[in-house]
Design a protein. Sequence first.
Length: 183
Amino acid sequence: MRPRITPRVEALRRLALDTRGAEIAEAAAVLPIMFMFLLGIFWFGQAFSIYGTITRAAQEGARAAAAPYCSSCTAGATPSTNAVNAVQAVMIVDKLDINNARRPSPPLTFTACTGGSTTCNGASSKVCIQNGVQLSNTSNGATGICGSSVSFQYPYQFWLPFTSLNKQQIWLSASAQVRTETQ
């Protein structure tokens, strides 16, 4: 004889086999994870965009510092001033504030060419500009390539809730070196 199933056990069995509402429970479990991935993609994309901008700004600054003649530079200005102006121009276009930037710590180290300086020039307290620095290795006795270096850091703050990156400020670094033109 088969054991008799009580109504309570039968109701529990039917409830366990019932799949109505399973999609809602699955969505409730998966949607927060998908939302975090989307937020991560957005914030890392923002960081990558800022990194691209500050790298381009450093390249333009180094180019302006290394050029003996610059049609877009300020007349009578020093190469360091031209470099700061070029960095600032690129950052303004992408709506970044140069006042948030800072010199890298520690600054890049170079060997000085004849008459050059390996310390950051005083044209800006935010951007490290080094003129007359040796950009190539001269260990084989060859003459090195002299140029200019521009480097700085720019802050970026993530907003990624429930992670260790939430409201963490990181410093994105940008640097560029360009050889000095002789013409």
